[in-house]
Design a protein around this ligand. Structure first.
Ligand SMILES: CC(=O)SCCNC(=O)CCNC(=O)[C@H](O)C(C)(C)COP(=O)(O)OP(=O)(O)OC[C@H]1O[C@@H](n2cnc3c(N)ncnc32)[C@H](O)[C@@H]1OP(=O)(O)O
Ligand SMILES: O=CC(=O)O
Ligand SMILES: [Mg+2]
Length: 522
C-alpha cells in the first residue's frame, strides 16, 4: 500500500488586529495557498531572471525594446472595457491602510484612493491584517474610527473615492503565513485576501476589485499576473476581466515593454502609471555599475528633463494608442505647517508638476495628502473632459532619450540629505511606519531607495562633488556620524544606521532595502 503523506499545510500566525478572525478564515487562507501552489515557483523564477538580467546590465548591456515582441508594438489592438467608475481618474490620493487615513482618503474629494500595502507601508503583521479589515469594512458599510487621543470620530462621507488596492511587489515574502512550510509572497497574500473578501461586495456596491500592480520589470511578470487573474476569476466565479488593474511603470526595464505589459494584461488592465520615485531608483540600480551613469543630487532629477521626461511622454503615447489611462505620479511636496510662505511654495511646486502632467496628456495624477486634492483638481480641470484618451502626443521619445542621464551637480548637501533621509526612513520603517514627512517632503520606500542607491553608486566610483572633493568611505563615515549626532536619540536609529552602512558599503547591491529591513521588523 502506498502511503500518502499530507504535506499541503497552510499556517497563519494569529493576528491581534480587531476583526482578524474575519480575514484569516480557513477559506481565504485556502485560496491564498492555492495561489501559492500554482504560481509561487514562477514568481521565484522571475525574481531570479531579474538578477540574471542585472548581470547583463553590469556587463554593459543597455535596455532596449525587445525584437521578439515587435509584432505586439506594431500591430493594432486595444485594452478591454473600462468600468464606468474608472473613467474619471483625474486625482488619486494614496496612503497607508490604517482606518483614519483610509477614511480621510476616501472622504478627501479625490476621485480614487489607492490603499497602499507597498511603498507607504511597513508590513507589520497586525497592521497588514487591520488594513484588510478596514478595506473589507468599507464595502460592508461599517468603516468608522474614533481617535483614542483626540476623541475625534471618523466615518465615511456620502461620495467616497473609488477604492484601488496596491499589493506588495513580487520581491517581499510574508513570514506570518506559510504554505507547505514556505512563506507566501506578500503580493499573493495582499491580493488574495482582498479579492476573496471584497470582490463580490465591491461589485454589489457598483464598483469592483481594482488593483495597482507595483515594481514589475517585464512582460513575463505581467503575464504571471494575468494567469493569476484567469485562475482567481474562475475560482471566484467572476466573469473574465472583472478584476481591473493599473500597472506602475516604475522600473527601467519595464519602460521598454509598456506595450507588451498592456498586451499581456489586456483583459484586465485599464492603465499605466508613472511611478517616478521607484523609476529613478531603478535607473540607478540597473545601470549603477557604469561610471558614465553617475547621477546628480536627488533633487536635480526632475520630471521635466532627461530619462524622466522621456518615459512619461512615451507612457502617455503608448497608453492612449491602446485605449488605456496614462496616469501621472507623485510630487513629493506636502503642505508645510506653520510657515505660510513655505507652504505656498510647496503648493506652487505641486501645481506646476500637475500642470506639466496635464499638458503632456496624462489622464490623472497622484497626491500624497488631502490638502493637495484641490490643487491637482484645479490643474486637471484643463482636460477637455474626464480624461484625454483621444490625445496622442505627436512626438514619442525613443531609446536614447529614455536612457538620457540628468545633468547637474553632486554636492555635500545632497549626500548629507541622502544620509539623513535614508537613516530616518529606515528607522521609521523598522518602527512600523512606511510613509513619513521629512524636511517638508513625503518620504516612502521608493524615495528612500534613491537615497541609499545614490550613496552606494557615488561611493563605488568615488564620485566627484562640485567642490572638487571625491566621495570616499571616510567621508561617508564622517557625515553619517555627524548626521546621527544631530538627529539625537530617535527610536531605531542605531539599527537603521547599521543597515544603511551595510547597504551603502556592500559590493553586491541589495535589490531592495526592505528585504534586510524586514528581518529587523518585529
Ligand atoms: C512613491 C510612492 O509610491 S507615492 C505613494 C506612497 N506614499 C504615500 O502614499 C504617502 C501618503 N502620504 C502620507 O502618508 C502622509 O501624507 C505623510 C506621511 C506624508 C504626512 O502625514 P502627516 O504628517 O500625518 O500629515 P498631516 O499631519 O499634515 O495630516 C493632516 C491630516 O491629513 C491626513 N492625511 C495626510 N495624508 C493623508 C493621506 N495620504 N491619506 C489620508 N489622509 C491623510 C492625516 O491623517 C491628518 O488627519 P487628521 O487631521 O484627521 O488627524
Ligand atoms: O510608486 C510610486 C513611485 O513613484 O515609486
Ligand atoms: Mg513605487
Amino acid at each position: 500500500m502506498t502511503e500518502v503523506i499530507e504535506r499541503q499545510v497552510v499556517r497563519a500566525v494569529p493576528s491581534a488586529a480587531n476583526g482578524a478572525a474575519d480575514i484569516l478564515t480557513d477559506e481565504a487562507l485556502g485560496f491564498v495557498a492555492e495561489l501559492h501552489r500554482h504560481f509561487d515557483a514562477r514568481r521565484r523564477g522571475l525574481l531570479a531572471a531579474r538578477i540574471e538580467r542585472q548581470m547583463r546590465f553590469d556587463a554593459g548591456e543597455l535596455p532596449d525594446f525587445p525584437e521578439e515582441t515587435r509584432h505586439i508594438r506594431e500591430s493594432d489592438w486595444r485594452v478591454g472595457p473600462i468600468p464606468a467608475d474608472l473613467t474619471d481618474r483625474r486625482v488619486e490620493i494614496t496612503g497607508p491602510t490604517n482606518a483614519k487615513m483610509v477614511i480621510n482618503a476616501l472622504n478627501s474629494g479625490a476621485k480614487m484612493f489607492m490603499a497602499d500595502f507597498e511603498d507607504a507601508t511597513s508590513p507589520v503583521w497586525d497592521e497588514l491584517i487591520q488594513g484588510q479589515v478596514n478595506l473589507r469594512n468599507r464595502w460592508l458599510g461599517r468603516l468608522d474610527y474614533t481617535d483614542p487621543d483626540s476623541g475625534k470620530h471618523y466615518a465615511l462621507g456620502a461620495d467616497p473615492a473609488v477604492l484601488l488596492v496596491r499589493p506588495r511587489g513580487w520581491h517581499l515574502t510574508e513570514r506570518h503565513v506559510t504554505v507547505d512550510g514556505e512563506p507566501v509572497a506578500g503580493a499573493l497574500l495582499d491580493f488574495g485576501l482582498y479579492l476573496w473578501h471584497c470582490a463580490r461586495a465591491s461589485l454589489d456596491a457598483g464598483s469592483g476589485p481594482y488593483f495597482y500592480l507595483p515594481k514589475l520589470e517585464s512582460r513575463h511578470e505581467a503575464a504571471l499576473w494575468d494567469d493569476i487573474f484567469v485562475y482567481a476569476e474562475q475560482r471566484l466565479g467572476l466573469p473574465r476581466g472583472t478584476i481591473k488593474v493599473t500597472v506602475l511603470i516604475e522600473t527601467l526595464p519595464a519602460a521598454f515593454e509598456m506595450d507588451e505589459i498592456l498586451h499581456a494584461l489586456r483583459a484586465n488592465i485599464v492603465g499605466l502609471n508613472c511611478g517616478r520615485w521607484d523609476y529613478i531608483f531603478s535607473y540607478i540600480k540597473r545601470l549603477g555599475r557604469s561610471p558614465d551613469r553617475l547621477t546628480p543630487d536627488r533633487s536635480a532629477m526632475t520630471m521635466d528633463k532627461a530619462f524622466l521626461a522621456a518615459y512619461s511622454l512615451r507612457l502617455v503615447a503608448t497608453c492612449h494608442r491602446r485605449g488605456a489611462y496614462a496616469m501621472g505620479g507623485m510630487s513629493a511636496f506636502i503642505p508645510v505647517k506653520g510657515d505660510d510662505a513655505a507652504n505656498a511654495a510647496a503648493l506652487a511646486k505641486v501645481r506646476a508638476d500637475k500642470l506639466r502632467e496635464v499638458t503632456n496628456g496624462h489622464d490623472g495624477t497622484w497626491v500624497a495628502h488631502p490638502a493637495l486634492v484641490p490643487v491637482a483638481m484645479e490643474a486637471f480641470a484643463a482636460m477637455p473632459g474626464p480624461n484625454q484618451l483621444s490625445r496622442i502626443p505627436d512626438r514619442i521619445p525613443g531609446r536614447d532619450e529614455m536612457l538620457e542621464l540628468h545633468s547637474g551637480v553632486r554636492t555635500e548637501a545632497g549626500a548629507r540629505e541622502n544620509i539623513r533621509v535614508a537613516v530616518q526612513y529606515i528607522a521609521a520603517w523598522i518602527g512600523g511606519r512606511g510613509a513619513v514627512p521629512l524636511y517638508n517632503l513625503m518620504e516612502d520606500a521608493a524615495t528612500a531607495e534613491i537615497c541609499r542607491a545614490q550613496l552606494w553608486q557615488w561611493l563605488r566610483f568615488e564620485a566627484a562633488f562640485d567642490d572638487g572633493r571625491r566621495f570616499s568611505l571616510d567621508l561617508f563615515d564622517e557625515w553619517l556620524a555627524e548626521e546621527l549626532a544631530a538627529l539625537g536619540d530617535l527610536p531605531n536609529l542605531k539599527p537603521a544606521a547599521r543597515l544603511l552602512h551595510d547597504l551603502v558599503t556592500t559590493q553586491e547591491f541589495e535589490e531592495f532595502l526592505t528585504l534586510p529591513a524586514y528581518r529587523l521588523l518585529q
